[in-house]
Write a protein that binds this ligand. Structure first.
Ligand code: HEM
Ligand SMILES: *[C@@H]1O[C@H](CO)[C@@H](O)[C@H](O)[C@H]1NC(C)=O
Ligand SMILES: *[C@@H]1O[C@H](CO)[C@@H](O)[C@H](O)[C@H]1NC(C)=O
Length: 327
């Protein structure tokens, strides 16, 4: 009798496992990604990406920031599916919100090399994700293992980029919402914004903060006065560029957060992370804990790269990152 119960119990337990596992896999396609995905089909993939990308970034170190941003703009619209790379009338890439994106030629160059080595195998979405990691390392940031196996999408709409991609004029509530609907939390928002520790910004984006904040005909009161004077000199023409991190502009470090404490954040969206009570505690912690920033940055970047990924039959491996196959 006892054994019979035990057998029944074991049977039920097994059935339950069988029932749960496939459901789980369907629920989160990111679980299907793996760091060994190309081990048999293209073991050279990561090396080629690293070598080609490294070559470009050595020639032009400013590309590192641009490549990380490219990955962000890709992932935030329709997930990490290389939709940002599609190049035709009305695609995300042609949106005004994408006008300052750079680095497309780096991805094309890497893709061409990979098509030679292992044709139709490595997706553009995986290339972009790996390059963002390599760019982080090149800028002095942390390394992490990138899970692979994303497929490329075939839909890309400028209107979606226009509506969703943050431009630097949003309020914190809008930023929190943007992240939260994608499963990214407050901490992810503050930590990922920390990548503005490198890179540059078109002065036209902050012109309002310097001269006419919210129609007041006065500068943004949350700007440090010395920084304001400096920025006005730096941004004489709207086509000039300013560093996002005024203190250590080319190094990946946690100085971005101490900048916010000193009111020398360039973007209004950055500075507001310190004036808003929901996000300021995170800024304070990250400002004093560089190791926490690095380790959480890795966690948040993996989350970003795993957003709404297409796997298996749900996408394709583009031959040319700029075009859907056969179109
Ligand atoms: C949280 C909301 C965010 C806003 C409002 C925002 C906004 C901006 C703006 C306005 C620029 C300057 C673009 C220009 O005018 O040239 C910029 C640059 C940049 N952003 Fe963000 N961003 C955000 C989040 C992120 C995230 C999550 C990442 C990556 C993980 C990222 C990576 C970058 C990088 C690396 C640059 C420098 C690009 C370069 O130097 O070419 N940003 N961002
Ligand atoms: C924040 O921005 C959103 C979206 O643009 C807007 O609906 C909301 O009213 C703004 N909130 C505040 C407090 O300004
Ligand atoms: C910066 O913005 C100005 C004005 O919107 C635009 O004319 C210029 O092309 C932009 N610069 C870059 C590098 O995109």
């Amino acid at each position: 009798m006892k054994i019979c119960f035990l057998a029944l119990f074991v049977l039920f337990f097994q059935l339950e496992l069988l029932a749960i596992q496939p459901v789980k896999a369907v629920q989160n396609p990111a679980d299907l990604l793996s760091v060994t995905y190309y081990l048999n089909t293209c073991p050279e993939a990561e090396g080629i990406i690293q070598q080609k990308g490294g070559f470009w970034m050595q020639k032009d170190p400013t590309l590192a920031a641009s490549l990380i941003r490219l990955h962000f703009h890709d992932a935030i619209i329709r997930g990490s599916d290389a939709s940002i790379l599609l190049d035709y009338k009305g695609s995300e890439r042609t949106a005004a919100a994408s006008s300052t994106l750079r680095g497309f030629e780096v991805i094309d160059d890497i893709k061409a090399a990979l098509e030679k080595q292992c044709p139709r195998t490595v997706s553009c979405a995986d290339i972009l994700t790996a390059v963002a990691r390599d760019a982080t390392v090149a800028a002095g940031g942390p390394f992490w293992e990138v899970p692979f196996g994303r497929k490329d999408g075939s839909i890309s709409k400028a209107a979606e980029a226009e509506k969703e991609v943050p431009q630097g004029h949003e309020n914190v509530t809008a930023l929190i919402e943007l992240f939260q609907v994608r499963g990214l939390e407050l901490l992810d928002l503050v930590v990922l914004s920390g990548v503005h520790t490198i890179g540059r910004c078109n002065c036209s984006t902050v012109q309002d903060r310097l001269y006419n904040y919210k129609g007041s005909r006065k500068p943004d009161p949350s700007l440090n006065p010395f920084y304001l004077t400096m920025l006005r000199r730096r941004c004489r023409r709207s086509t000039d560029l300013a560093y996002l991190d005024v203190t250590t502009p080319r190094t990946f470090d946690s100085v971005y957060y101490t900048n916010l404490q000193r009111k020398v954040g360039l973007l209004s969206t950055d500075q507001q992370l310190y004036s808003d009570q929901r996000t300021s505690p995170f800024v304070d912690i990250l400002a004093t804990q560089p190791f926490l920033f690095e380790s959480q940055f890795v966690v948040s970047m993996i989350k970003l790269g795993n957003l709404q990924v297409l796997t298996g039959k749900h996408g394709q491996v583009r031959v040319n990152c700029n075009r859907v196959n056969g179109r």
